[in-house]
Design a protein around this ligand. Structure first.
Ligand code: TMP
Length: 212
């Protein structure tokens, strides 16, 4: 492959997107393809700040949305784009769909609150602040019931602020509605890990006519 290709694997917490990003990367490297694996929140400064915010509930929801969008601008323009220009297949664990799903779900909660200063925050605004980066070439949404995904978590590690079934149910709904309207590939996250990895690999291979 001479031209870069940008793949995103997204989904609710513990859907398996991190595992599948690594699996796809491994399979492509075996085929001699240049691969760059990355994730959001990124390793850039705003991403590091976000990791801290995720451990406590203190950030106002608009701060979350703006920081995720700011991190993405830096992530795309300083890291993803240069790698694509060098001909890498870039695979990101999470990207814009995460913000649309999570931050719109946060906004929905505030639209119902009488005195919230964030009543006017909605999906359109989340889309607007994410307009500084382009869409990927291919997006996979790993779909799973939050009851199943959260049960997979190591019980000794504290949950982050978005990890509740009720909240993730709303996030999941938005991911699925968007995926259906934008033709993202929805993959059943309840299937065995290797089966999911094969589905993702085959979809990508067919799309770029990669030889088996
Ligand atoms: P992780 O669990 O994949 O490390 O992601 C961290 C958390 O951040 C996860 O709960 C999803 C959330 N998140 C957003 O709310 N918006 C975003 O734009 C991104 C990238 C992540």
């Amino acid at each position: 492959m001479d031209n870069g290709f940008f793949i995103v694997i997204d989904g609710i917490d513990s859907s398996g997107s991190t595992t599948q990003t690594a699996k796809l990367g491994g399979k492509l490297i075996e085929k001699g393809i240049k691969v760059h694996l990355t994730m959001e929140p990124s390793q850039h400064p705003a991403g590091k700040l976000l990791r801290e915010y995720l451990r406590n509930d203190s950030a106002p929801i608009a701060t979350d949305a703006l920081l995720f969008a700011a991190d993405r601008v830096e992530h795309y323009h300083k890291e993803i784009l240069p790698k694509l220009q060098e001909g890498f297949v870039v695979i990101s664990d999470r990207y814009v769909e995460s913000s649309i799903a999570y931050q719109s779900a946060q906004a929905q909660q505030h639209q119902e609150k009488e005195n919230s200063p964030f009543k006017t925050m909605d999906m359109e605004w989340v889309k607007t602040i994410n307009k500084f980066v382009p869409q990927p070439d291919l997006t996979f949404i790993i779909d799973i019931d939050p009851r199943v995904s959260l049960a997979r978590k190591n019980p000794t590690i504290a949950l982050e602020k978005f990890e509740t079934v009720t909240f993730l149910d709303s996030v999941r709904k938005i991911y699925l509605e968007r995926a259906r309207s934008l033709n993202h590939i929805i993959v059943n996250g309840a299937k065995p890990v290797d089966e999911i990895a094969n589905i993702i690999m085959n979809t990508f291979s067919n799309m770029i006519s990669l030889e088996e």
